[in-house]
Design a protein around this ligand. Structure first.
Ligand code: 5GP
Ligand code: ZN
Length: 115
């Protein structure tokens, strides 16, 4: 937990969010500014700044983030149609909240290419 991190505050319950899933390792909640009908953020409960800060011990946790994303996509009814998972990393990657998170975005046809 870092004092100034909004996602740490959501994980701890200090800040409000629409939480859709929680377990001992991860928390998932709806993005404040959704860009599609489904836009959920899946975050580790412990503070990790970004993909760049991952340690070898985090491998199981990163796999779990994807498994939870897959389950939530099922619950949202977007598995069959498809969806996009994004992890912006660092300033050039477009990251604005420096607590690792997976965006689960779907419910509409995504545009491509990105960037
Ligand atoms: P990033 O730009 O770091 O990849 O994504 C950060 C995401 O967090 C953005 O999509 C933004 O809308 C979302 N966000 C920022 N602050 C809050 C907040 O306080 N609550 C929720 N639910 N989402 C937030
Ligand atoms: Zn944090």
């Amino acid at each position: 937990m870092t004092d100034s991190c909004i996602f740490c505050k959501i994980v701890s319950g200090e800040a409000k969010a629409t939480i859709v899933y929680r377990d001992g390792q991860v928390t998932a909640f709806r993005d404040l500014h959704p860009v599609a009908p489904t836009h959920i953020l899946i975050v580790p409960n412990k503070h990790i700044e970004s993909v760049s800060a991952l340690e070898p011990d985090d491998e199981q946790l990163v796999g779990h983030l994807f498994t939870v994303a897959s389950g939530l996509a099922n619950e949202e009814g977007i598995s069959k149609g498809g969806y996009r998972l994004i992890t912006n990393t660092g300033v050039d990657g477009g990251q604005t909240v420096f607590h690792l998170h997976l965006h689960l975005i779907g419910g509409q046809r995504m545009r491509y290419p990105m960037g």
